[in-house]
Design a protein around this ligand. Structure first.
Ligand code: AVJ
Length: 331
C-alpha cells in the first residue's frame, strides 16, 4: 500500500484500492523458493480469511479470544484508568473490533479511534458497527500494512495515544521482528504514549495443537484459503484437495506453526514459475510464539517501553500487558 493510499477512507468517498501489480507476488515466489517453503502470513487475511478467523475465535478449541475478552471484562475499570482520559486509540490489525468496542466504551472521554487494517472490507464493517455502538467517537480508519511504515504523524490530536494490540498478534512475529514492531509502535504513540498488548502464554503442546487445529476444521479452512487466494489473485493452479492443514508445536522456539502439507508429489504453477512438491513436503504459513510475561516485558523494554501492568486469567493462559513509554532512554 503506497503512502498516498493510506488514510484514504478518512474522506469517506472512494473504497481503498488494493494494489494490482503487487509486490506480493515477488515475495510469494521468493518464499516458495526456500528450502522450507513458506508464504507470507498476512496473506491469510483476505475477506474470506478474515471471516474464517472470526469463526475460529468462536470455536471451543481456540481459547485465545474468549480468554482475552474475559480478562478485559474483569479488569475494565483498571485498564481504563491505565489508559487515562482523552486518549486517541490506535489499533493495528483491527479486525472486527469487538474487544475494542468494550475498551472504548469504558474509556474516559476518548478522542478518536484509528483502526488499521490491511483488508479494506474489514474497515468498512468496522465503520458500520462503530457508527452503531459509539456514533459520536471520531473514526479514522487507515488502510495499511502495519508492519510497513505508515503515517501515524497525521493522526489527530489527543491527550495521549494509546496503542491497543490485542489477540496475541505480536506472537506471529519472530522475537526480533516483534521487538522492531514494538519500537515502531513506541514511535507512533510518542513520549506520553501507552500500549496495551495481548500476549498468549506458554502452555501444554496438546492444548496448543487443539487450538490451532480445531475439531470443527475451521482453522484448516482458514489455512487452505491462502491457496484459494493465490489461485484467484495470482492465477496459480494449486489443487486445494492435494494439500492438508497441519499444526506443529516447536518446543524449543515455543511456537505453534501452521503448515500446508502436500498429500502427494506434485508441481504447482504461479507467476510463470513452477514449484515441485515432494509427498509430505510442507509450506509454512504462520508461527504463533508463546511467551512468559517476563520475556515479553524484556522485549518491550528493549523497544523503548517500560512494563507497567499485568492482567491475567486465573489459569494464566493469556495476559494483557500495559506499558508506558520509557522516561529514560539509553543514549
Ligand atoms: C490472529 C495472530 C491471534 O496466532 O493465534 C488463529 C491467528 N491462526 N488460528 C493466532 C490464528 C490460527 C491468531 N492471531
Amino acid at each position: 500500500m503506497s503512502d498516498d493510499e493510506e488514510l484514504q477512507m478518512e474522506a469517506g468517498s472512494a473504497a481503498p484500492v488494493e494494489s494490482i501489480d503487487s509486490p506480493d507476488l515477488a515475495e510469494i515466489l521468493r518464499d516458495l523458493s526456500r528450502p522450507q517453503k513458506r508464504l507470507p502470513t498476512r496473506l491469510l487475511y483476505d475477506e474470506e480469511g478474515s471471516r474464517l478467523f472470526e469463526r475460529i475465535c468462536e470455536t471451543g478449541d481456540y481459547y485465545v479470544t474468549r480468554t482475552e475478552l474475559s480478562i478485559l471484562r474483569e479488569n475494565l475499570p483498571d485498564i481504563a484508568a491505565f489508559a487515562g482520559p482523552g486518549a486517541g486509540v490506535i489499533e493495528p490489525g483491527a479486525g472486527c473490533g469487538c474487544k475494542t468496542r468494550e475498551l472504548l466504551s469504558a474509556l474516559e472521554d476518548p478522542r478518536w479511534y484509528a483502526p488499521l487494517d490491511i483488508d479494506p472490507s474489514v474497515l468498512w464493517r468496522c465503520r458500520q458497527t462503530m457508527s452503531q455502538v459509539l456514533p459520536r467517537l471520531p473514526l479514522v480508519p487507515v488502510c495499511a500494512d502495519f508492519t510497513r511504515p505508515w503515517r501515524y504523524a497525521r493522526l489527530p490530536l489527543a491527550e495521549r495515544r494509546l496503542l491497543f494490540f490485542p489477540g496475541s498478534t505480536i506472537g506471529n512475529f519472530e522475537p526480533h521482528e516483534a521487538q522492531a514492531l514494538l519500537r515502531q509502535f513506541q514511535q507512533a504513540t510518542g513520549a506520553s504514549g501507552r500500549m496495551i498488548l495481548g500476549v498468549d502464554l506458554r502452555k501444554s503442546a496438546a492444548t496448543l495443537r487443539r487450538a490451532y487445529d480445531d475439531s470443527e476444521g475451521i482453522t484448516a479452512r482458514f489455512n487452505l484459503n491462502l491457496l484459494v487466494r493465490l489461485n484467484r489473485e495470482h492465477a496459480a493452479d494449486f489443487d486445494i484437495a492435494a494439500f492438508e492443514h497441519v499444526a506443529v508445536y516447536d518446543k524449543t522456539r515455543h511456537r505453534i506453526e501452521m503448515h500446508l502439507r502436500s498429500r502427494r508429489e506434485q508441481q504447482v504453477r504461479i507467476g510463470g514459475r513452477s514449484f515441485r512438491f515432494a509427498a509430505g513436503e510442507t509450506i509454512h504459513t504462520e508461527s504463533s510464539h508463546k511467551y512468559l510475561p517476563d520475556g515479553m516485558a524484556q522485549l518491550a523494554v528493549g523497544a523503548g517501553w517500560q512494563a507497567w501492568k499485568l492482567w491475567m486469567d486465573p489459569q494464566r493462559r493469556f495476559a494483557l500487558m500495559g506499558f508506558e513509554a520509557a522516561r529514560w532512554r539509553q543514549p
